[in-house]
Design a protein around this ligand. Sequence first.
Ligand code: 0X9
Ligand code: ZN
Length: 412
Amino acid sequence: MNFCNIIGLVFLAIAVTLVYSDPVRFDNYKVFSVIPHKQKDLEILNFFKKSQYDFWTDFKGLSKGVHIMVAPHQENEFVEILSRNGISFELYIENIQRLIDNEKLTRASSEFDFKNYHRISVINEYLGALAAKYSQVEVVIGGRSYEGRNITGVKVSYKKGNPIIVIEGGIHAREWIAPSTVLYLLTQLLTSTDKKVRHLAEDYDWHIFPSVNPDGYEYTHTKNRLWRKTRQPGKLCVGADANRNWDAHWAEAGASSSECSETYAGSKAFSEIETKTLSEYIEKISKDLHGYIAFHSYSQVLLIPYGHTIEHLDNYDDLLQIGKKAVKAVSQRYGTKYDVGSITEIMYPASGGSMDWVKAAFKVPITYTYELRDTGRHGFVLPPEQIIPTGEEILDSLVALFEEAENIGYKR
Ligand code: 0X9
Ligand code: ZN
């Protein structure tokens, strides 16, 4: 074998390893909820943040739990520092890998259903099948991804002249319940015989995108279940937080300029092809845009713009009134409690989000972000048995939301 052949084989071996390498495992990785009570406690939290601990939720204010993932090699240090400083903490997840394995057990099916979380190809096939079955449904391409995938969605339109509602899911890759819930809502809009659901379905036009970060979503299925960002490589690390990358007070608050951070805002506004192309799609339909609802997980809150300021701007008061009805409705079926409020007030500053851009750019009246189940006992790895109950309660919530919006004068 000559030298060139050997080099060729080495490259082939590296390529095969890269493509087929095993997924990252999270054996005995834990999630703790830490409750900071004093200003001093925040310094300790910041120390953890700087030391590469993965924060599943960010600091939300004194006396509110912050969820931190702790690798086995970090556990001693973590527990010791908290104990020494008298900071209270509670174990929320004992072994993340066990949750991931449970999720997989039921994931045998390549046929679309609501008992499993599915790969992007299965989701897109399902969208295609709906379009083939229902004349009111058309497959639409909302944009492109860095790795060349389409951001596939559907338009549902029962009649001409309807106001438009856009539904966005999966901008954060690991929040699997978001695409599933969006698909549940879509399915109900097409199949439900409930009068109120039929009104929603038929008197609005829907542009529905279950997974707007398809590269990230696929990566969570094949390589790292806990991936959040896009997949465009930077100099040091891969990906940007697609919900910090929109041209809405870009990189001003709650966003990082460090490539390796989970909240990296990108090299500039719309540096990510996913946000750029999706924003162009939205712009094209903006004249008739009445609502924009984004789905994330987790923490059970309903968020109102904006993420850059604590000021109550635009129609905040109306959105709060409507939101209160929406969260009341979400709790009716299974008692699932949601809070409602502005992003900065009930979560944390986070500028450059999609909803904020849509609101500011086009003054869209009805704009919300749902952070779906749960409150941290499973976090991003929500068992698939919760897909249907989550879908049911969110459909109840959307019905109440648009009903109240209409009641206070947001006419169709
Ligand atoms: O940090 C986020 O982007 C969202 N929380 S999550 O845990 N799903 O990552 C909050 C979204 C805030 N929304 C906007 N700023 N539009
Ligand atoms: Zn999210």
